[in-house]
Design a protein around this ligand. Sequence first.
Ligand code: DQA
Length: 152
Amino acid sequence: MPQPRTRVLVLNGPNLNLLGRRQPEIYGTETLEDVEKLCVDAAAPHGLEIDLRQSNHEGRLVDWVQEAREQHAGIVINPAAYTHTSVALRDALATCAHLPILEVHISNIHQRESFRHHSYISPLADGVIAGCGIQGFALAVQRLAFLLTDRA
Ligand code: DQA
């Protein structure tokens, strides 16, 4: 019998490597390492592991989504600026309809410039969390764990 998948891909798009130093008035002072800790703590009670990755490159994010299609239990994604531009990332996520997908934004994109109001990713996401700071990642992991048990 195939083993159930236990690794959740937490994918972060461009400039999120600078989290904590980049526009802290918008994104806060916590770093991507803090995000990882939050996610690990949220995942552990559900027997899930976190595989957190970040890239500034659209193609690499697409490659990782394709990998998740075969290897991960689900995807939490903050596509950052690619949220508003990337048909390629959307098409990659469309191949993962068998996985729970949660979209996270640290800031409330709907309170910001109008170009941030549209997401190419949201129509494919099982849920969208925006404006909850980095806590949104932990909420997304919890929701993903719930959806996995619901689907099992
Ligand atoms: C973001 C919001 C995007 O509009 C922006 O381009 C980001 C981060 C967020 O987490 O609030 O880089 O996804």
